[in-house]
Design a protein. Structure first.
Length: 458
């Protein structure tokens, strides 16, 4: 593939040439255009290609580039393409995919058709099939579910020159060859070394003399979120995975962790927006799927909002006695909801990053109490100016004090709810912004109208 020209103008020209060649069903021109594009560029514009054109693209790409594109497609589309592609291209794809991607693909096909998945397994050589079946035993959200067994491991008694000969033979089949892991009896992980260590060391030196025995690893049942956090904390590109005996069973590479981070971020964003569909792809979802993903929480939120109307009805006489009180309800509730959302978002993120934990609850509440009071006094002062300009000085104290109290309470509410959910063993992102807003509305009305009744003697 020619990657010499990668500027946006050249890329656009190649894409236009590809679209034109696909429209004309000119295989030669399609292949020529594909040679001017990175797999990442094809993926970036994948949704722009008509469904009937995606098959020729995967058929005419080189096996390695086709596998790169294919491995990043949605699982449902992968299953459809495998069914439609020529048998020869299917075999090439299977042979070119890394073991972890191959396992994910076969698992996706198995959900749709166990018979089709078995047919794909039959096309693999016995060793690859055994490795795929082994990887399939892990949950997809565990370290074992995202690792690959395509790593390089050496023995501590080997000399540097022997390691280089070993690498020349084994490197083509490995996911990565740097770092290199050192294993002992029963494949227990004993150390790690880098290519730099090997290059600068005398060829007669033994691995045991230069390896680093302080190896950071994860168990095969470690959750993928924890794996991503560890790799980010240590700035690793590769992380070894061991079983309960300490034996090296695989490695996790940075590209797999990027996928995990994107998946977790998408899930959290959806949940913060009260959308319960972590695997939802909007462009491929129908009206019914979108309705189903959103309706449940909206029903809960509407039921919650009904309490607000009940509160208003209960304070009807108060509002009728001082009509000016109604002018500031939306400002108060909006400020309270926004404050709670900000606080909740900060705490959810801090929990996800391991920045705070459940034991920090009192410290967090103390901090958010102070922040809420400062925010409340700041905005109460601003709103008081608005009240005076409007000529409603009779409700000045009620409005100002209510906003200060409300923002303090909702700020603490937004902090404490995610912590409480976390302590229950659930995902704190379940505390969505709309839920915080609803609770803030209820709290805001109670605070505002209760203070009005007391302070105005109604």
């Amino acid at each position: 593939m020619n990657y010499s020209n990668t500027d946006s103008g050249t890329t656009q020209y190649a894409l236009e040439a590809l679209q034109s060649a696909l429209a004309e069903a000119n295989a030669t021109r399609v292949k020529t255009a594909l040679e001017e594009l990175y797999p990442a560029q094809i993926l970036e514009h994948w949704s722009e290609f008509a469904l009937e054109h995606r098959l020729p693209i995967l058929t005419l790409l080189s096996p390695a580039d086709a596998a790169e594109v294919f491995s990043h497609l949605e699982e449902g589309e992968q299953a459809e393409l495998l069914e439609a592609l020529p048998p020869g291209r299917v075999k090439e794809l299977l042979d070119s995919l890394s073991l972890d991607d191959l396992t994910d693909t076969i698992n996706a096909v198995e959900e749709e058709s166990p018979e089709a998945a078995e047919a794909l397994l039959q096309q693999l050589d016995p060793q690859t099939r055994a490795e795929v079946e082994e990887l399939s035993t892990y949950d997809e959200d565990e370290a074992g579910g995202i690792m690959t067994p395509e790593y390089v491991a050496v023995r501590d008694f080997m000399r540097v020159e022997e390691v280089f000969r070993f690498l020349r033979r084994e490197a083509p089949d490995a996911e990565t060859i740097d770092p290199i892991y050192v294993v002992g009896t029963q494949e227990r992980l004993e150390g790690v070394l880098t290519l730099r260590d090997l290059i600068i060391t005398d060829p007669k030196t033994k691995v045991a003399e230069i390896m680093n025995t302080d190896v950071v690893s994860v168990k095969d049942d470690t959750k993928q979120e924890e794996v991503a956090r560890i790799m980010a904390d240590y700035n690793f590109n590769v992380l070894p995975v061991v079983d309960e005996r300490g034996a090296l069973v695989g490695i996790i590479t940075i590209d797999d962790v990027v996928d995990v981070i994107q998946e977790e971020a998408t899930e959290d964003i959806y949940r913060l927006g009260a959308v319960e569909a972590p695997e939802l792809v909007y462009s491929k979802s129908g009206v019914w799927a979108l309705w189903s993903a959103r309706v449940r929480w909206l029903v809960i939120l509407v039921v919650g909002a009904m309490f607000s109307s009940t509160i208003l009805e209960g304070f009807q006489n108060t509002l009728q006695a001082v009509t000016a009180l109604t002018f500031y309800i939306t400002i108060l509730l909006g400020a309270g909801g926004n404050t709670g959302n900000q606080s909740s978002t900060l705490i959810v993120r801090a929990l996800a990053m391991g920045d705070v934990r459940g034991r920090d609850t009192l410290r967090i509440l103390g901090k958010e109490l102070a922040v809420g009071m400062l925010l409340g006094m700041t905005l109460a002062g601003l709103l008081s100016i608005k009240v005076l300009i409007d000529g409603h000085g009779e409700v000045l104290l009620v409005v100002g004090l209510s906003l200060a109290v409300l923002m303090t309470l909702t700020n603490m509410l937004g902090a404490v709810l995610p912590i409480g959910i976390k302590k229950l063993g659930l995902d704190p992102a379940l505390i969505s912004n709309p839920l915080i807003a609803t609770l803030s509305d209820i709290t805001g009305l109670l605070v505002y109208l209760t203070l009005a009744r007391w302070l105005l003697h109604l």
